[in-house]
Design a protein around this ligand. Sequence first.
Ligand SMILES: NC(=O)C1=CN([C@@H]2O[C@H](COP(=O)(O)OP(=O)(O)OC[C@H]3O[C@@H](n4cnc5c(N)ncnc54)[C@H](O)[C@@H]3O)[C@@H](O)[C@H]2O)C=CC1
Ligand SMILES: CC(=O)C(=O)O
Ligand SMILES: [Mg+2]
Length: 574
Amino acid sequence: MTSKAVPKALRIALRGDSILTNPRFNKGTAFPAPERKTFGLTGRLPYRVNTLEEQCKRAYDQLKIRDTPIRKNTFLQSMKDQNWVLYYALIRRHLKELIPIIYTPTQGEAIANYSHLFRRSEGLYLTYANEDTMEEDFLEQTRGRNLQLFVVSDAEAILGIGDQGVGGIGIATAKSALYTLVGGIHPAEALSITLDVGTDNEELLKDDLYVGWPHTRVRGEDYDRFVDKFVQLVRKYYPHSLLHFEDFGVNNAKRLLDFYRGQHAVFNDDVQGTGAVALAAVMSAVGVTKSRLADQRFVIYGAGSAGLGIARQLRQGMTTLDNVSSEQANKAFYLLDRHGLVKQSLDASFIRKGQEEFARPDSEWDGVPTDGNGEVGLLEVVKKVKPTVLIGCSTKKGVFTEEVIKEMAKHVERPLIMPLSNPGRLAEVDPKDANEWTEGRALMASGSPFPPTKQPNGREYIISECNNALIYPGLGFGTMITQAKSMTDTMIIAGTRRLAALSPALRDPDLPILPDFADAPEVNYEVAVAVAEQAIEEGVAGVDWKKEDAKEHIKHAQWIPVYQDFIYDSNGVR
Ligand SMILES: NC(=O)C1=CN([C@@H]2O[C@H](COP(=O)(O)OP(=O)(O)OC[C@H]3O[C@@H](n4cnc5c(N)ncnc54)[C@H](O)[C@@H]3O)[C@@H](O)[C@H]2O)C=CC1
Ligand SMILES: CC(=O)C(=O)O
Ligand SMILES: [Mg+2]
């Protein structure tokens, strides 16, 4: 990565409109008079030179008059297409307010309406119908670029709203934007990609304006070959990059991660990022209740990519931090999915790969009431298990009912309740209700932002956002800066421990269990440092600097949204 903390003058080979229409270089009215002269911009811009601060103020005023989140999202998207520094500087100044606009939930809405809102290309579209020209298409966009990061989605399971076809490019761009915003990755060093392998979303297929490949989803060997062709291109041309998988379907997410982990530095955010942030939240809650991870009983409702990723990460936390065996740790988990409790006697076709490790023995459930199909439901599980931690990643709105929450709270002084499904309208419980039903005793964290609740003592309780965006930019940055050949489990644990240590609740149990999103840049910096130190310590790093230098290296390499001076040079960047 190049060093950017104190921006030096940049040599560029563009002039006139080609600068003004290039979001990487455009400064709009902030071009100072000498640069206007050098680059042929004097007559192309109004007289007055603005500071970045003034531009942010004007942009914020313009943003405020957009009256719906989706209009604000479209406005910001168009600003990103015009001027990167201004876009990132504006959002940095209003982080908490604007992250929900450029990320979940509003970006979900933008993705669902992608074909109707479409204005211009924003990444690399690799389409199954064009498989033959994939390498050429890839090189057209990547040749000569210093890319460090590829964020890719096949859009089968977007942000809790399912298969969105080609609109999936929108999750790749949003995740890339957060890498820059809170992780400090140079926006020119990241590429967002969608693998358009069709869609099974009937509405999109029926839509005349759909801009993706209008075909049902390609699956099986053809799908694997297509994905592999893409991964091998990344490996061939960018062997030291990080490949981030986002929102792949449940049958592919973990499978592809396992398959490629040994070949390249790959990361699946829904599996690993979500697991890491959830583990940090639980570690923090365990600090509040002065217990151990290994003492908890976990009920996880929705055992898909996120649910299973969380279970595995919690298990790893238990084995690494509390020294219990994997077998022992497995006994702490009770997973539920569409067929109720995952128990050993369930029809094999109902047990997804990975769930079997956590399947409960049937003998344990003798005498417990079941529904007509012999399935054990959530309330019965809570009654029997008396969980200390209840996690939802099912998109089943409201499934943590009053009866379920009250039952849990009967047995546990400080129940930890985490409705992680996005968007907020699909949360398993509204934190306000969970707070009321537990007389304010619950510790809580949610996947999407929720307003604070009121405690019986009159204090506000802030609902932490337990969203992978609090950690993945740091996990990624720490991996990239060290050119690690893989992102190992121990690197993830190191980042998670650092995040957990920053929990406000460790100072005061009435404070949130995770740091505030407004602090996401500082938090991710700390995570990146911990990950880089671990990569160097365990010998997977490809750099020759020492662990002690990680802080400085990372600080120095982080991109910040400020304008650089420009010098014209016909051999410069373009
Ligand atoms: N807070 C965060 O950082 C993250 C939140 N999520 C959210 O978690 C949710 C799930 O995401 P993924 O795990 O990627 O999806 P997924 O499709 O892999 O998993 C969902 C699981 O829930 C199960 N499920 C669906 N309806 C159910 C029902 N009525 N009863 C019981 N089980 C049911 C499915 O069978 C599946 O196993 C989404 O809302 C997603 O936005 C996902 C990743 C990160
Ligand atoms: C946050 C995230 O990655 C998801 O909802 O899929
Ligand atoms: Mg995701």
